[in-house]
Design a protein around this ligand. Structure first.
Ligand code: GLA
Length: 378
């Protein structure tokens, strides 16, 4: 859980930004709520020195990366960096192919705790991708520091089948999220989302079916939270990213938490409105995301209107999520037994904070694009 720079800043990111974002994570309460990482994405790099060591852009990061890592650590946070398994990154900066060992040691020496490793400019076949990710995973293991490894090849080679074994702790499952609910034209193949831009629902349609691949130590990553961006600049605004409604942002938080997703905020946390704070700081939904059992919700119902998710929790409770994906308010009566939910008599609505008793049936009215989430217990 943390903040990732890409969606809002693109490659236009400086040490001043990283420091002020770190401060805002602490003062806003996000750090205490669990968002304890700052992830620097593409655009920090300034090439290599005469010994081929990677160096940061000296205009954007004049104090150097060690000083920045120290700053973030002193605030009780962790910090991530970014590179790519090719000569250049997606935005055209220096990357790590053939320098894996050296770069991993450099990242470790600076004090980074996380590496997002992208796949632009690399061959399309699976074998090469797996080999390149394995190579960097091994280099990180030998770097002298514990560095979490995020694999980012956008789901194009079904990484849920191999990324954990290759040494990744999380793997992107889709094209980049844009700040929109859904693509106007439904993509015929998941890869088409690179061109049309993936909205919240497009990503849910892919990641929602991958529950059996996620678990402690290896997670499906459906990309950043767009909560609170409201169509405000940055790459998330490309490809139709005009912004979402408050209901849709709250839905993304609900659905990502049900899917046990890594939670990477991308709006400007220095300037959040009340709704954004309410959504990102809801400890009951975060507890569902971070539940130690580490199960991704299973999607039990999936049709044009309804998507229903069931996530077992460590204390025996069940999180139940109900999305109305249609364009109007709808009512439904759910048969809990048919969802394999038995022996639960109490229900807690994690957004409304209301408690009620339940029998075998749950009657609901759900607004368009809203996701209701309940914690069901004995
Ligand atoms: C790719 C990734 C994004 C971001 C950019 C940076 O598109 O999928 O998340 O890291 O590269 O250039």
């Amino acid at each position: 859980m943390g903040f990732m720079t890409w969606n809002y800043f693109g490659d236009n990111i400086t040490e001043q930004d990283v420091m002020s974002l770190t401060d805002a994570m602490v003062t806003s309460g996000l750090k205490d709520a669990g968002f304890n990482y700052i992830f620097i994405d593409d655009g920090w790099q300034g090439g290599r020195d005469n010994k081929n060591n990677m160096i940061p852009d000296s205009k954007k990061f004049p104090s150097g990366m060690k000083a920045l890592c120290d700053y973030v650590h002193a605030k009780g946070m962790k910090i991530g960096t970014y590179s790519d398994a090719a000569p250049l990154t997606c935005a055209g900066y220096t990357a790590s192919l053939n320098f894996e060992e050296q770069d991993a040691k450099t990242f470790a020496k600076w004090g980074f705790d996380y590496l997002k490793y992208d796949y632009c400019g690399a061959p399309a076949d699976w074998q090469t991708a797996i080999a390149r990710y394995e190579k960097m995973a091994k280099a990180l293991k030998n770097s002298g520091r514990e560095i979490t490894f995020g694999i980012c090849e956008w789901g194009d080679r079904s990484p849920w089948l191999w990324a954990h074994k290759a040494g990744g702790q999380l793997w992107r499952t889709t094209a980049d999220v844009r700040d929109k609910w859904k693509s106007l034209k439904a993509p015929s193949k998941p890869e088409d989302l690179h061109g049309s831009g993936a909205g919240i629902l497009d990503i849910l349609n892919i990641n929602g079916g991958l529950h059996s691949y996620a678990g402690p130590g290896g997670w499906n990553d459906p990309d950043m939270l767009v909560v609170g961006l409201y169509g405000k600049k940055g790459p998330s605004g490309d490809l139709g990213g005009v912004g979402c409604t408050d209901t849709e942002y709250q839905s993304q938080m609900s659905l990502w938490c049900l899917m046990a997703a890594p939670l990477m905020i991308s709006c400007d946390v220095r300037n959040m409105n009340e709704h954004t704070k309410k959504v990102l700081l809801n400890k009951d939904i975060i507890a569902i995301d971070q539940d130690p059992l580490g199960k991704q919700a299973e999607r039990k119902i999936n049709n044009e209107t309804w998507q229903v998710f069931v996530k077992p929790l460590s204390n025996g409770d069940i999180a139940l999520g109900v999305l109305n994906a249609s364009d109007k308010t709808q009512s439904v009566e759910l048969d809990l037994g048919a969802l394999d939910i038995v022996g639960k008599s109490r229900s807690f609505d994690v957004w409304e904070k209301t408690k009620s008793s339940v029998k075998n049936k749950l009657k609901l009215t759900v607004a368009s694009h809203e996701t209701k989430v309940f914690r069901l217990s004995k």
